[in-house]
Design a protein around this ligand. Structure first.
Ligand SMILES: Cc1cc2nc3c(=O)[nH]c(=O)nc-3n(C[C@H](O)[C@H](O)[C@H](O)COP(=O)(O)OP(=O)(O)OC[C@H]3O[C@@H](n4cnc5c(N)ncnc54)[C@H](O)[C@@H]3O)c2cc1C
Length: 386
């Protein structure tokens, strides 16, 4: 049940340490935290100690500088135990990637080491009540006033919105610009006067991690926090991190699909009906066979996208395929696991219902699966001109 991924020897030690941590400090507490929808403060402190908040931040700025391949494997392992935890460091790392890729040297030196240590944590603030997929329709506005900008608007669904302190904030600096993306900019926005959390959003799954609505009312942000020091490059900054973000969501999907399979393989050998373990009934064997094949395919797509990313090649099509397939695999495997577990699959005393609640988010985040297929098709045409 394993797919090939080249992991350097030193990264294997990190993976082993994470596996031990998951068994010792995470797994025993997941059910309680999940059902109480409680933020895992202690685990966050442990993730800081392990350097996870700097996993993909370059070493010269205090991070671990891990490859996308190793990072995907870490995400998969953690998601297999509790998917919510991956959101706490992943959107944080996408924010960091925006700064690493497009920030000025002064911004990198100021922010990246603090992001890497986890002293300053946060995420990405793109989505608004009226604009998700269509980011060019955002309304949050930043108006220049001397050496600062004044921001007004609302962001919604922002992961780490309550417990995070800093966000990559997408705004309009010129709402009249045509095409609209030329009037969009990104800021590194730390919480302060005028930047408030208006509410915690209740959701089906993805418990423990905070999703919030953020309100900006005459929030003054120094012009020095304009990412890259130049207006008009906000959409580019937001979209630039998506390849890695999609590999990450694919890895989360693999984690959920794997957990659903592992639990099912175990349960099918223990649960007996009509005088034999249910794994001896062909109907259950067909499910297990499909689940294992789906997981293997999802992993291969994910690792392949990571390999191309690490080679520095364009991988939007491969990352899109991985994200699309692995997230659907998570949905299908969690539903099949529920069927295999019968009534217990529906019980809150087992983790199956959690996989079933968590999986659909993978189909929505980092570009919906509708959009992924459109991206794949566009790339297919572009790479294969008639
Ligand atoms: C738990 C959770 C956490 C999140 N965390 C964050 C976060 O940290 N930061 C952040 O900025 N956002 C976050 N989001 C928001 C998420 O990125 C958006 O929900 C997502 O981008 C989809 O946007 P939308 O919800 O506005 O749907 P819409 O864009 O309104 O889409 C609705 C439907 O129309 C389809 N659709 C839209 N346009 C097209 C098209 N051109 N062609 C075909 N179909 C189309 C979509 O696929 C979807 O099925 C989070 C969301 C959730 C649920």
């Amino acid at each position: 049940m394993s797919a090939m991924l080249d992991i350097p020897e030193e990264d294997r030690l990190i993976l082993e340490a994470i596996e031990k941590w998951l068994e010792r400090d995470v797994r025993p507490h997941v059910m309680r935290l999940e059902h109480a929808d409680e933020y895992p403060h202690e685990m966050v402190a442990q993730m800081r100690e392990m350097g996870l908040f700097g996993a993909t931040i370059p070493r010269e700025y205090g991070g671990l500088g891990l490859s996308a391949g190793t990072y995907a494997r870490i995400v998969e392992l953690i998601a297999e135990t509790w998917m919510s935890l991956t959101g706490i460091f992943n959107s944080h790392l996408i924010m960091a990637a925006c700064v690493a890729r497009m920030g000025t040297e002064a911004q990198k030196r100021h922010y990246l080491p603090r992001f890497a240590s986890g002293e300053l944590r946060g995420g990405l603030a793109l989505t608004e009540p009226d604009a998700g997929t269509d980011l060019q329709a955002i309304r949050t506005r930043a108006r220049r006033e001397g050496d600062a900008y004044v921001v007004n608007g609302t962001k919604t669904w922002i992961s780490n919105g309550i417990h995070g302190q800093c966000f990559a904030l997408l705004v309009k600096t010129d709402p009249e610009a045509q095409p609209p993306h030329k009037g969009m900019s990104m800021f590194i926005a730390e919480k302060g006067e005028g930047f408030t959390v208006s509410r915690k959003l209740e959701k089906l799954g993805y418990k423990g991690i905070d999703s919030a609505e953020l309100v900006f009312r005459d929030y003054r942000i120094p012009a020095a926090n304009l990412l890259g020091g130049e207006e008009g490059r906000g959409l580019q900054a937001a979209l630039g991190g998506l390849e890695l973000g999609r590999i990450n969501v694919a890895a989360r999907g693999c984690g959920i699909a794997s957990a659903a399979l592992k639990d099912s393989v175990r349960y099918a050998q223990i649960r007996r009906t009509f005088g034999k373990p249910i794994c001896q009934h062909q109907a259950i064997q067909l499910k297990l066979g499909e689940m294992a094949t789906r997981l293997q395919a999802a992993r291969l797509l994910t690792y392949d996208a990571a390999r191309i990313y690490d080679a520095g090649r364009r991988c939007d099509m491969e990352a899109g395929m991985a994200k699309y397939f692995a997230s659907e695999a998570a949905v299908e495997n969690s539903l099949e696991a529920m069927r295999i577990h019968g009534g217990y699959g529906y019980s809150k005393e087992y983790p199956i219902e959690r996989y079933f609640r968590d999986a659909p988010l993978m189909c929505i985040g980092e570009g919906t699966n509708e959009i992924q297929r459109i991206i794949i098709a566009r790339q297919l045409i572009e790479r294969n001109p008639a």
